[in-house]
Structure formats: structure tokens, C-alpha cells
Design a protein around this ligand. Structure first.
Ligand code: NDP
Length: 332
């Protein structure tokens, strides 16, 4: 089977591609430049091909790439801007995410009617708003949508990301409802995705937005304030596996699948780093144990999803350990 992965350069997508190849799938990845494609080709070898699609938010952008690969029967749409600090909320975030998703589905229907399964990488932010995440009485489940509007997304860079994912996912379900394509849609809705880069050499410069949560704690000095990052966590390797289950299993057809393991905050990350890396004790702050309470966030009711994808295989402790081992190897 041949699987198309849009945004193949991404943090999550690279783990998906690697996992697919190790399971014997052939992969066609879309990238924004030839240089990026060549890098991936070197990395993934003969089972990987790439197509350059420079702009997501253009009608028919994927037609050519899809027509060149009539062997593809599964499409994983992961490409989307991941930022909480865009310069232009509409142009940089909302439009590529929402229009990009609509156009990609249109291209699949038109140029690749042989595709039977489409998985869209949505997010927990399509399920709950920022305020709802920190409300212990709120329940995040496969049945609810973040009430955020396009106008709110335009007004604030964090809301822009939340609105981009919510409205793109809604557009995908509406497309299926109204246009009756030949494919079946599944969405994967991960919580904050942390964990190691696929390759140690990628641990340079700025990491993707959420992988920075662990790096931000690792880089603290004794007197620094501990960052406020907190919420729900899942390891990138579990998210990759969820994407594959999402098209392999019949039970996943037409479903939203939450991918979640446990809660985290920066203090917990710090505690784990201190436990496993005594050589960093002199440099890092200690923080305070009362800050380790992560029980007060919204409850994630993902039992339907867990029935399909199973439990997460990597705890926060595994994830932090693997990430910091990479930072130390890369000497960042
Ligand atoms: P990355 O930033 O590492 O990957 C994003 C991918 O999308 C890259 O391949 C990037 O290409 C591509 N991309 C971004 N903007 C555009 C654009 N305007 N046009 C074309 N391609 C674009 O992020 P992640 O791996 O974390 O995210 C992947 C997906 O997972 C996204 O859909 C994200 O919303 C979703 N997600 C992420 C979570 C997280 O915690 N990280 C949680 C839940 C969902 P390039 O490399 O060229 O920049």
C-alpha cells in the first residue's frame, strides 16, 4: 500500500513516515521545496518519494502530485501552520489551515478517486478552548467542538491556532457530508505532542512549537522562572502510531480519535530531568513541589478512542528522558 503524507518535514509527520516505512508501506510525502524533499529522501531511502507543493491554500494545489501517484490509496493530511505567535493571524494561520484542508480534499476527490481513507491531523484544540482546558469541570470528548469563531481567531495569535484547527476540521466533516467523496474520513486529535525528534541531528535551533516545552525547561538556569506551559500530553511516537491505526482499522472509519496519555506541566518536566540527569542539578532550578499538581485541568474522556488505538505506550517520564538524552547528545 502506498500512503501520501502532506507536510512530510514536520515533527509528527517524520515519525509517521518512519513508522509507515518500518511497517512495509511505501510513502509519498509533500514538501515545500526540492531541498527539503532531497533531505527526506536521503533519510528515508527507497520507500520514500516526494512531491513539491509549495502553497497549501491554493485550489487544485495537490492535483499534480496526486495524478503522478495513482498507486496511493491512503492520504494523511498533517500539513498546517503550528504557531502561537503569527505575524498575520489570517494569512499565516487561518487561511492555510482551513482553505488548505478544503482544497486538499477537493483535489483528492477530483484527482485521486482511488483514495479510500483520509486521515486529517486535527487537535485537542478543535475540541476545547483555552479556557475550557483549565476548567476542571470541563470534559473533552470525541463529541464536542471548540466554540471558537473565525473572528476570534483573527483577533489573537493563540486563538488563531485554535480557530484554524477547529474550523479546518469542521470544514473536513462538512466536505464529506456535502460532497460524498469516495474516501472515508478519520481525524486524529492529539493533545500537546512532546518527545524526541526522529533524528538526533534535528535537535538544532528552534524546535517545533510544542517540542520546545521540554527544551525550555532543560535550558533553564538556577534563578530562572519556571515556564507556565501545562496541560495534556501525548508522546509523538504514540501520535504517529494513532495515525496508522486510524486508516488500518475499520472501527476508525468516520471517527474522531483523541490521542492522550497523561497531564504535564513544567515543574513535572523539571522533576523528571532532575531525577534522571544528576549532572544537570547544579545548573537547573528546583522549583516547588506544590507546583507538581496537574490534576486540575479539564478531564479527557477518550474511552472510545482508546478502544480503537489502545493506551499510550510512552509516559511523560519516557518522553522527557528520551528528549533530554537527545539534547545532551546534540550538545544544545
Ligand atoms: P511542525 O511545525 O513540525 O510541522 C508542520 C508541517 O506543516 C511542516 O511539514 C510544515 O512545512 C507544514 N506547513 C506549515 N505551514 C504550512 C503552509 N502554510 N503551507 C504548507 N505547509 C505548511 O508541527 P507538528 O508536527 O507539531 O504538527 C503537525 C500537525 O499536527 C499539524 O496539523 C498540527 O496542527 C497538528 N497537531 C500538533 C500538535 C502538537 O502539539 N505539536 C498537537 C495537535 C495537533 P515546513 O517544514 O516546510 O515548514
Amino acid at each position: 500500500t502506498s500512503v501520501f503524507v502532506s507536510g512530510a518535514t514536520g515533527f509528527i509527520a517524520q515519525h509517521i513516515v518512519s513508522n509507515l516505512i518500518s511497517k512495509g508501506y511505501k510513502v509519498v510525502g509533500s514538501v515545500r521545496s526540492t531541498a527539503k524533499g532531497e533531505n527526506l529522501k536521503k533519510r528515508f531511502g527507497a520507500s520514500f518519494q516526494y512531491e513539491v507543493v509549495p502553497v497549501l491554500e491554493k485550489q487544485s494545489a495537490f492535483d499534480g502530485a496526486l495524478k503522478s501517484h495513482p498507486e496511493v490509496t491512503v492520504f494523511l493530511h498533517t500539513a498546517s501552520p503550528v504557531t502561537f505567535s503569527a505575524a498575520d493571524n489570517e494569512k499565516d494561520v487561518l487561511i492555510p489551515a482551513i482553505n488548505g484542508t478544503k482544497f486538499v480534499l477537493e483535489s483528492i476527490q477530483k484527482a485521486a478517486p482511488q483514495i479510500k481513507r483520509v486521515v486529517y491531523t486535527s487537535s485537542i484544540v478543535a475540541i476545547a478552548s483555552y479556557q475550557q482546558f483549565f476548567d476542571p469541570n470541563f470534559v473533552c470528548s470525541e463529541d464536542v467542538f471548540n466554540p471558537v469563531t473565525y473572528e476570534e481567531g483573527k483577533a489573537h495569535p493563540v486563538s488563531a491556532y485554535f480557530a484554524s484547527k477547529t474550523l479546518a476540521e469542521k470544514a473536513a466533516w462538512e466536505f464529506v457530508e456535502n460532497r460524498k467523496p469516495a474516501f472515508v474520513l478519520t481525524t486524529v486529535n492529539p493533545v500537546f505532542v512532546l518527545g524526541p525528534q526522529l533524528k538526533d541531528e534535528d535537535v538544532t535551533g528552534d524546535l517545533n512549537a510544542t517540542a520546545e516545552f521540554i527544551a525550555g525547561v532543560y535550558k533553564l538556569n538556577k534563578d530562572d522562572k519556571i515556564p507556565e506551559s501545562a496541560g495534556h500530553f501525548v508522546d509523538v511516537r504514540d501520535v504517529a502510531r494513532a495515525h496508522i491505526t486510524a486508516f488500518e482499522k475499520d472501527e476508525a472509519k468516520g471517527k474522531r480519535i483523541i490521542s492522550y496519555t497523561e497531564n504535564f506541566n513544567s515543574q513535572l518536566i523539571l522533576n523528571i530531568i532532575r531525577k534522571h540527569f544528576p549532572e544537570l542539578h547544579g545548573k537547573l532550578p528546583v522549583g516547588t513541589s506544590e507546583n507538581s499538581d496537574v490534576s486540575k485541568y479539564a478531564r479527557i474522556e477518550d474511552s472510545k478512542s482508546k478502544k480503537i488505538i489502545g493506551e499510550g505506550q510512552y509516559t511523560l517520564e519516557d518522553t522527557v528522558k528520551a528528549s533530554v538524552e537527545q539534547f545532551l547528545k546534540a550538545k544544545v
